[in-house]
Design a protein around this ligand. Structure first.
Ligand SMILES: [Zn+2]
Length: 218
C-alpha cells in the first residue's frame, strides 16, 4: 500500500523523502521533510515529519490540501511521532501545525489493526478536513479563548481516558467545537465533490454523516 519513491535529498534542515500512498481510487503524493527542532508544545525538542505538499489523486481530479490551510500553517505526519500519545490527528495553534496520521498509527490493543490506518483508508481525508476546519477556527480565535478551549479539551480527554464523568460545561464547549469541525469538513467535502474532486469515493452521503456521528457519540 505504501510505495516509497527513492528521491531522498538532504537540505540544511533535514531529510527530504517523497512517498506515494496508494489505496484503490485514492493516491496521495507526499513530500516529507523530517526536521529537528523546537516544534512541540509538549516536548520541547523532537523530530517532526513535516509535510511540504499533501496532494491527492482522486478518480477525476487531483487536489492539494495545503491550499485549504490558513496562511503559514503546515501539515505534519502524526503517525511518525516518536511519542505514542501524540499519534492521533490534532492541531497545534502556536506552531501552526495540523497533525494528520498519514502513516498507520495508534494500534488497537495488541491487534494488527490501527485506530488511524493511514491516509488512503476511507474517512481519513474527511478527518483531515475536520482538522483543517479546527485550524481555520483556531487561527482566528483570540489566544485567551483558545487556551481556555485547549485546557478544557485536555480535561475532557483525561476524563475519558479514566472513564470519569466530564463536567457538563466542559462537555458542551468541547462538543460544540467538535460539531463545528465536522460540519465544516462535510461542507468542504461537498463543495469539492461539486468540483469533481471526490476525496472519499467509497463513502456515500449517509455514510459520511455516520462517520462524523461515530466520533461525536464517542
Ligand atoms: Zn476535532
Amino acid at each position: 500500500m505504501v510505495e516509497r519513491v527513492p528521491v531522498g535529498s538532504t537540505t540544511c534542515q533535514g531529510q527530504i523523502e517523497e512517498y506515494k500512498f496508494r489505496g484503490g481510487l485514492i493516491t496521495a503524493e507526499i513530500v516529507i521533510e523530517s526536521l529537528d527542532g523546537n516544534l512541540s508544545a509538549v516536548k520541547p525538542i523532537r523530530r517532526v515529519a513535516m509535510v511540504n505538499n499533501l496532494i491527492f489523486w482522486t478518480p477525476r481530479k487531483s487536489f492539494c490540501f495545503d491550499l485549504l490551510l490558513p496562511k503559514g500553517w503546515r501539515f505534519a505526519d502524526a503517525g511518525r511521532n516518536p511519542d505514542q500519545n501524540l499519534r492521533g490527528p490534532r492541531v497545534e495553534k502556536d506552531k501552526k501545525l495540523v497533525y494528520v496520521p498519514l502513516t498507520p498509527s495508534c494500534q488497537k490493543g495488541n491487534s494488527d489493526e490501527f485506530w488511524y490506518p493511514g491516509i488512503t483508508f476511507f474517512g481519513m481525508r474527511l478527518a483531515t478536513l475536520h482538522e483543517i476546519t479546527h485550524a481555520i477556527v483556531y487561527s482566528k480565535m483570540p489566544d485567551e479563548e483558545y487556551q481556555r478551549l485547549a485546557v478544557e479539551t485536555y480535561t475532557h480527554y483525561l476524563a475519558r481516558q479514566k472513564a470519569k464523568k466530564v463536567p457538563e460545561n466542559i462537555k458542551n464547549l468541547f462538543i460544540t467545537d467538535e460539531r463545528n469541525a465536522w460540519a465544516g469538513a462535510i461542507r468542504y467535502l461537498r463543495q469539492l465533490r461539486q468540483n469533481d474532486v471526490d476525496l472519499e469515493p467509497y463513502l456515500s452521503v449517509p455514510q459520511i454523516r455516520n462517520f462524523a456521528h461515530g466520533y461525536l457519540d464517542a
